[in-house]
Design a protein. Structure first.
Length: 138
């Protein structure tokens, strides 16, 4: 019998729904214990669910109402590509920038590898420069 999470695209859509609902434990249950995080511009990959949780805690600390809007989500084999627009309000410090109260929107293009119904790895290319312009422009 096929469950909804047997298809990698469905798994990723469900995962972003969990993110938006702040159901982080459920989202983490869909990731491999040795999950690999590849962020564009980072000096190297990070590993594990706890590293992912640390990252999202930083983001939610700065943008507690952040929501991911899926624009495209498609897959082939064990890969799923997701194009997103994140929307949120900057009410906490982010990368050394004190809260501005500004509403922001920024793009992210993401690729995931899914094996046996579990998210194994992500490659994230977020428009950090565009986000920073929104936070620092006068």
């Amino acid at each position: 019998m096929t469950t909804t999470t047997d298809h990698p695209v469905t798994l990723l859509r469900e995962s972003f729904a969990d993110l938006n609902a702040r159901n982080i434990d459920r989202l983490l249950s869909k990731m491999a214990d040795d999950f690999v995080i590849n962020l564009a511009g980072a000096p190297g990959p990070r590993y594990g669910k706890e590293a992912w949780r640390e990252n999202i805690d930083i983001v939610f600390g700065a943008f507690p109402d952040l929501r991911a809007e899926i624009m495209d989500c498609f897959g082939d084999g064990d890969r799923v590509a997701v194009r997103l627009i994140f929307h949120g309000t900057h009410t906490g410090e982010f990368l050394g920038i004190p809260a501005t109260g500004r509403t922001v929107s920024y793009d992210s293009t993401e690729l995931y590898r899914v094996v046996d119904g579990v998210i194994m790895e992500e490659w994230i290319c977020t428009d950090l420069a565009g986000l920073m312009r929104q936070l620092t422009s006068e």
